[in-house]
Design a protein around this ligand. Structure first.
Ligand SMILES: Cc1cc2nc3c(=O)[nH]c(=O)nc-3n(C[C@H](O)[C@H](O)[C@H](O)COP(=O)(O)O)c2cc1C
Length: 174
């Protein structure tokens, strides 16, 4: 797939087979996560990699109301921010950086035939507390995104159309 095909065919996957993602593919996914732009190059992202079935089930059950897909994933990644690298008065920058990291990982995985779904955590304080507790994060680290990965149970789709909306585009002065 070229980049455009990867972007245009990706969709959220919530049902996974039991096939394990190799360490080599995991490393490529993590490399993609660290390759994006970062405000002032602060690179606040930290990644917690989880393969343990009980941990994946616990995260799926108790992170948020909508985190259940993690229960049948073979790999979970908690994308966190190192609080010492969060800009005072510009907390949002760290979330932008970790969001880019998350999407880069999702797209890199998709290109390798690995599906995923983003499970929203930040900025809901109670979701963040749940994940921090389950994952045993130190106080210095803030969980921002949870991503469930695995090989899709259903065949991966081709390029998806129908999402382009001309009405959302505005030119020059609005
Ligand atoms: C910030 C964010 C949070 C999300 N949280 C959840 C979630 O908690 N549970 C879930 O099943 N999907 C979640 N999703 C996936 C969206 O539901 C999905 O991207 C959307 O329905 C569009 O479908 P697509 O990804 O297949 O294009 C989240 C996506 C984003 C970007």
């Amino acid at each position: 797939m070229n980049t455009f095909e990867t972007i245009m065919s990706r969709k959220s996957v919530r049902k996974f087979t039991e096939e394990v993602i190799s360490d080599a593919d995991l490393n490529s996914i993590l490399e993609a996560g660290m390759a994006g732009p970062s405000a002032a190059n602060a690179r606040p992202f930290e990644f917690l990699v989880i393969r343990d079935k009980h941990m994946l089930e616990e995260l799926g059950e108790n992170s948020s109301k909508y985190s259940k897909p993690m229960k049948n994933a073979t790999l979970g990644i908690v994308v966190c921010a190192d609080k010492s690298r969060i800009f005072p008065n510009a907390h949002g920058f760290s979330a932008v950086d970790t969001t880019i990291a998350a999407e880069n990982m999702i797209l890199a995985a998709w290109d390798m035939g690995i599906g995923s779904v983003w499970l929203g955590i930040w900025p809901d304080e109670s979701n963040m507390e749940n994940v921090a507790r389950i994952a045993g994060l130190p106080d210095s680290t803030e969980p921002q995104h949870l991503i469930a990965f695995g090989y899709p149970e259903d065949p991966m789709p081709n390029m998806r159309g129908g999402r382009f909306e001309e009405s959302k585009i505005h030119y020059e002065k609005w």
